[in-house]
Design a protein around this ligand. Structure first.
Ligand code: NAP
Ligand code: MG
Length: 526
């Protein structure tokens, strides 16, 4: 089956194709200045269309510049969760029974508003979570794509409603999917706009209502998304935004008795914990969880090594490896191992480390002190148990007060070592020699994760065998822009096998929305 064409929002590429990349940079840089001028405000919770206070507050500063205060945010807890869930429950019956077009109209309008504000949103992302401008705009573009694609899909499938005819002369039957009720949506820091927008839109466009919790590192962009939805005419109570800690607020939210389903993206530990508790409560609704990755790349002796080096360097180090899709282990055929590794080290040493808003930054600051501690720990272990070929140190000179680390390439780590098995979520990659495709695939698959995988080989037959053998949700051959990251909505639906996800259905794909609904068969005898 061939899909009717969907056009992705490709802001930077479009500027490049139109020969006005300069305008992209000027607009972004102007937006950084104007967003900075507005930082530092206090933001309450957003419940039933109102701004609501909580007893406590927390402060967020920029990971790239501790002197830059992003804002102060209400730190909610159980009572705020109760209020938000009750607002979402009250809004559900009316929202569910709106015409499909009345619902999709809101998200199409919201997508237009995000387009109008895209440079401001991208600048906000750079300052709040450290992303460079390319990554930040890709995050905004993806969010716009989710809103438009899910609206289109719901309309294309007529809201998942089928006339199933007359099985016997007097029975008239219809089969349809219906929303569950209130969804708790819990989002990670790393795609704080795209993933928040994607999960919440999936829930809401299908007729559910939402209480959303962003990561504590990235609440400001979530407030901007709430503004966009309100401006687009979303009725009060359909989308409620609560901020606060994972344990203090996220946990009571996902455990609330009136929450019918959960959409979560984040770490495996937290996601599986939420799923376990949800089932222990005897609940039957969906827990749609997108979890971590430990994404392997094979470099064959038939590879174009320029492509492979660039693909691995970008896959492992852009956004400082803080992507579930980041390249984290590389299996290189023995006869090209030395050459590949040396060239990867050279390429890695050329990458710009710095603030997200600076033009030449690839390796931006890491998100929080926990990430910095983890970096110190794993690089120390890499030095004792393997060979650090480049990187391995925290950078503190010549940069503002922020969390900067060197991109790190490590060899001589055994396949079973923690460093080669666990997700670190940092600019850290291990490189391993393999005898050929069979061993490469076996080692790629010997992981509890199965999110993204890559191969570099000019041999079509080898690539085909790899596609058939690799256990991974997303598989990319010869992707020089990035070996494993950068999926596009609709064309490259995103999700994981094994412990990388709980449903086997992918975000931005054709089977995503149905997860937020349950089936009803209706028979009328006349
Ligand atoms: P995380 O630490 O698991 O946090 C994710 C969200 O869960 C945050 O909003 C967090 O709140 C909240 N949370 C923490 N503890 C909770 C609890 N006990 N109950 C309910 N909610 C709780 O993940 P992260 O550090 O933000 O993101 C990195 C992880 O996300 C990586 O493992 C990455 O692979 C994964 N990820 C997966 C995908 C995918 O599509 N498969 C995409 C992106 C990221 P606080 O921020 O307040 O702690
Ligand atoms: Mg975390």
């Amino acid at each position: 089956m061939h899909s009717e064409e969907f056009e992705n929002e490709l802001t930077l590429l479009t500027h490049q194709q139109n020969g006005n990349e300069d305008e992209f940079h000027e607009a972004y840089e102007a937006a950084v200045e104007s967003v900075k001028a507005d930082l530092g405000a206090y933001h309450g919770l957003r419940i039933d269309g109102s701004h609501v206070d909580a007893a406590d507050r927390f402060e967020v500063t920029s990971p790239g510049d501790f002197d830059l205060e992003i804002g102060e945010f209400a730190a909610g807890g159980e009572s705020e969760v109760d209020a938000a869930v009750s607002a979402a429950s009250a809004a559900f019956p009316e929202w569910e029974h709106r015409d499909i077009e009345a619902r999709t109209e809101v998200f199409r309008t919201a997508a237009d508003r995000m387009r109008d504000r895209k440079f401001e949103l991208a600048a906000t992302l750079s300052l709040e979570n450290g992303k460079n401008r390319t990554e930040a705009m890709a995050d905004v573009d993806e969010a716009i794509d989710f809103l438009r694609f899910y609206s289109r899909e719901l309309e294309r499938s007529d809201g998942y409603r089928f006339d199933t005819g007359q099985p016997t002369p007097h029975q008239h039957t219809t089969n349809l999917l219906r929303p569950y009720g209130v969804f708790a949506v819990v989002a990670p820091f790393n795609f704080p706009l795209a993933i928040l927008a994607g999960m919440t839109t999936g829930a809401m466009v299908t007729g559910n209502t939402v209480v959303a919790k962003p990561a504590s590192a990235t609440p400001l962009i979530a407030h901007k998304f709430a503004d966009v939805l309100a401006d687009a005419g979303l009725p009060d109570g359909v989308f409620n935004l609560v901020t606060g800690g994972g344990r203090e607020l996220g946990q009571p939210l996902t455990e609330h008795e009136d929450v019918a389903g959960v959409a979560f993206t984040g770490s495996r530990e937290v996601g599986l914990g939420i799923e376990r508790t949800f089932r222990e409560q005897g609940k039957r609704g969906p827990v749609i969880a997108e979890l971590g990755g430990k994404n392997p790349v094979i470099v064959s002796d038939e590879a174009d090594l320029d492509d492979a080096v660039n693909g691995v360097a970008m896959g492992a180090f852009s956004f400082s490896g803080q992507k579930c899709s980041a390249t984290s282990r590389v299996y290189v055929y023995e006869d090209v191992f030395d050459e590949f590794t040396e060239r990867l080290v050279e390429a890695t040493e050329q990458l710009g480390i710095g603030r997200g808003e600076h033009l030449d930054t690839v390796v931006n600051p890491v998100i929080d002190d926990g990430a910095l501690d983890r970096y110190r720990r794993i690089t120390e272990r890499a030095r004792t148990d393997g060979t650090v070929r480049t990187g391995g140190s925290v950078v503190d000179d010549d940069l503002p007060e922020g969390r900067y680390v060197e991109p790190t390439v490590v060899t001589d780590i055994p396949h079973e070592h923690d460093l080669a098995r666990e997700e670190h979520f940092l600019p850290f990659v291990t490189v391993h020699p393999v005898s050929g495709l069979q061993e490469g695939i076996a080692k790629s698959n010997d992981s509890e994760y199965g999110l993204c995988a890559g191969i570099f080989s000019e041999d079509d037959e080898e690539v085909e065998r790899w596609f058939d053998g690799v256990e991974s949700g997303m598989c990319y051959a010869n992707r020089t822009q990035s070996a494993t990251t950068g999926a596009l909505v609709q064309a490259q639906p995103f999700g994981g096998w094994k412990f990388s996800g709980t449903t086997g259905k992918f975000a931005g794909g054709y089977w995503y929305l149905q997860q937020f609904m349950r089936e009803q068969s209706r028979t009328r005898v006349e």
